[in-house]
Design a protein around this ligand. Structure first.
Ligand code: NOJ
Length: 526
């Protein structure tokens, strides 16, 4: 494969470690559990894994509150287990990316324990302390400032009060955080996903945010002073220089409420390689959000994608595609009625054929659905806070469904979150034996991407189609591939672009130029 660059041409599979596989029978996934399924991932055909946080954590935000950046939580394993995981992953030609949560620590991190111990502690300025709070809101609800009775000041937290924001303006903090990158690079990791990186720097005067219309307190402000500060850029340069001193490393940023223009401005040869754009997972109004109305129609998808192409292409930045992750209802739950997989097939086809690096969320390949929890079962902090308006993110974090044995083969004991009741028939083992399953479709599509450069790197050319259809070309000098999809339960005929077309993959075996209900057809010009 000429010029195959893993993070641009490959597919990145997100593992939420506590829900992937439990090897030691404590109901929580772990590193050994991941190791035991690396053959599965190799066979599926992905190129890299991204692990959500594996560091020691008091679990106030399920790992996104880190109490030690340079260790592994004992419930997941040890640093030696991690080294084994890296070696085993690399042996299979798979890369490994870690999630770095550097905007905030846990309030149990030794840095914060020191910082809050007295006003003149040398680490006092490692966090953001103030006598009088400004108007900033925490995105998980309530004010962004918590009073510390011990020292009589307020500290800033953009998420839960157990996640104090570090002070990135302090040079010692920057040095320490770069040390975290170095620590994991030296252990052989291939890259990082940076949690809410564009929130690292805050306005130096901590000025109030101006108001705007919105439902929750957090949405009733324009976030111009708490995120997206210009000081981010020199840090990105510094960090990239460090990464580039190792071969083929990668860093992708999780943009936090950034416009597409802002998002691309953080990427480039001396900044991030990529930053997420959540084109298919956001609502287009506060009202739509209140009613959880996700848009999903060929016209809308095309519009979103063309808009994204305009921004990313113009800036020469390679895009990423995300349909599901650990913060959102799964795409299969957003778009499908019940257990019907027509829409999840379409979502998977888009994820793997649009221009950009696909991020595949564990279980997406078998069409896993969100679990429903009673109020008393909810664990996620914003879910507990906003129930019943918002029920939180536990739904998409339920255990991986490996087979039809007790607890879906995830664990031998009751897992930390319930297994989805459909696991008896929706599981890896069952779908592997069904040639028409979403699993096998995904696997074939992943193989097709490997074989056809146009699907990985080709230009994107939208085609004009009827309402229920969506079609586009992916084109390189050598190849032209046509992707055609029918979003409706009626068959449709369409005009093929000039040339002779050979079908590479179809979900319903129609001939070129016609599509059965919900069919996806991928053809190559001969
Ligand atoms: C974004 C992460 O994806 C989310 O899971 C987490 O709660 C917040 N950042 C805070 O770290």
């Amino acid at each position: 494969m000429d010029n195959f660059l893993w993070w641009r041409d490959g597919v990145i599979y997100q593992i939420y470690p506590r829900s992937f596989a439990d090897s030691n029978g404590d109901g929580l996934g772990d590193l050994d559990g991941i190791i035991s399924h690396l053959d599965y991932l190799e066979d599926l055909g992905i190129d890299a894994i991204w692990l959500s946080p594996i560091y020691p954590t008091p679990d106030k935000d399920f790992g996104y509150d880190v109490s030690n950046y340079v260790d592994v939580d004992a419930r997941f394993g040890t640093l030696e287990d991690f080294d084994r995981l890296v070696a085993e992953t690399h042996q299979r030609g798979i890369r490994i990316i870690l999630d770095l949560v550097l905007n905030h620590t846990s309030d149990q991190h030794p840095w914060f324990l020191e910082s809050r111990s007295s006003r003149d502690n040398p680490k006092r300025d490692w966090y953001i302390w103030k006598d009088n709070p400004n108007n900033w809101q925490a995105s998980f609800g309530g004010k962004a400032w918590e009073f510390d009775p011990g020292t009589g000041q307020f500290y800033l937290h953009l998420f839960t009060k157990e996640q104090p924001d570090v002070n990135w303006r302090n040079p010692e903090v920057r040095k320490a955080q770069l040390g975290v990158f170095r620590f994991w690079l030296e252990r052989g990791v291939d890259g990082f996903r940076l949690d809410v990186f564009n929130a690292y720097f805050k306005d130096p005067d901590l000025a109030d945010n101006p108001p705007k219309f919105g439902l929750r307190g957090f949405d009733r402000q324009r976030h111009i002073h708490d995120i997206d500060q210009p000081e981010m850029m020199p840090f990105l340069n510094e960090m990239r220089t460090l990464l580039d001193s190792y071969p083929e490393r990668y860093v992708v940023g999780e943009t936090y409420f950034a416009t597409p223009q802002k998002t691309v401005s953080y990427c480039g040869p001396d900044k991030l390689h990529a930053a997420f754009s959540f084109d298919f997972t956001t609502f287009n109004s506060a009202l739509a959000e209140a009613f959880q109305l996700y848009k999903w129609s060929p016209l809308w998808i095309m519009k979103q994608f063309i808009l994204r192409e305009q921004t990313f292409n113009a800036a020469g930045i390679w895009p990423t595609t995300v349909m599901s992750n650990h913060d959102l209802p799964r795409a299969a739950s957003r778009y499908a009625r019940g257990e019907n997989d027509s829409q999840p097939f379409l979502a998977m086809a888009l994820l793997l054929t649009l221009r950009g690096t696909p991020f595949l969320y564990f279980g997406e390949e078998i069409g896993m659905r969100d679990i429903h929890l009673r109020h008393s079962e909810i664990l996620d902090p914003p879910g507990r806070k906003y129930w019943p308006i918002y029920t939180g993110r536990d739904g998409c974090r339920s255990p991986m469904q490996w087979d039809d044995s007790a607890f879906a083969g995830f664990s031998t004991v009751k897992p930390w979150l319930p297994v989805h009741p459909d696991y008896k028939w929706r599981n890896v083992a069952t779908e592997q034996t069904d040639l028409n399953s979403l699993f096998n479709f995904t696997k074939k599509l992943l193989a097709l991407r490997k074989e056809n450069p146009a699907l990985r790197r080709g230009d994107f050319i939208p085609l004009k189609t009827r309402g229920s259809m969506l079609a586009f070309l992916r084109r390189t000098h050598e190849q032209t591939v046509l992707v055609a999809m029918n979003f409706n339960n009626q068959s449709v005929n369409y005009n093929l672009p000039d040339g002779k077309w050979h079908i590479l993959l179809s979900s319903a075996q129609s001939s070129p130029g016609s599509l059965a209900p919900f069919e996806i057809q991928i053809s190559i010009r001969q």
